[in-house]
Design a protein around this ligand. Sequence first.
Ligand code: SF4
Length: 212
Amino acid sequence: MSDLKARAVEVNKRLKKRYPEARCSLDFTTPFELLIATILSAQSTDVRVNIVTKSLFRKYPSPEAFARASQVEMETAVKQTGFFRNKAKAVIACAQTIVEKHGGEVPRTMDELTALPGVGRKTANVVLGNAFQTPAGIVVDTHVTRVSGRLGLTQNADAVKIEQDLIPLLPRSQWTAFSHRLIHHGRETCAARKPLCGECVLNDICPSANLT
Ligand code: SF4
């Protein structure tokens, strides 16, 4: 096993112990709900998105209902998540494509998902890993970017390249959970401005310990 792989395996093991509850923090009951919640989560917090989607999914209980919604009423419904004009446009167009091209079912492949309006690789990865349990990659958000860089698991700054660096380090069965663990660690310990290196369970294997 390479040094990098060994470090990734150890990081994953320790974070699993430290954050046994780490999971997707967006509320959803169907793959479609997770897809919509993830589109809305861009530049917002999961807490805020969960507040908005609670009433949103009651008002529009299916892809067909989203597809029929007007731009104006959808803008009002998603306003609290920010960037509401673009997001309203994206969720309506996304739902229309799902209804028209996929019979009202969220597609299950990376290519089909990323062909949907408003859906990039990160959103597709969230849906595949958390709604279908068939990850095609690793979700790289701002926390994963920062923490994996500090841990020396990647030298890249671009999300797609970081994902390609992380994928070979762990088995596929760990990709989704590993991402959640790095996100939890980034929120609770390895914060952007003031990482709590003194309290960190990775302190002795982190090349950035006490440097940031
Ligand atoms: S030791 Fe510091 S920089 Fe390294 S992962 Fe922990 S908190 Fe982050």
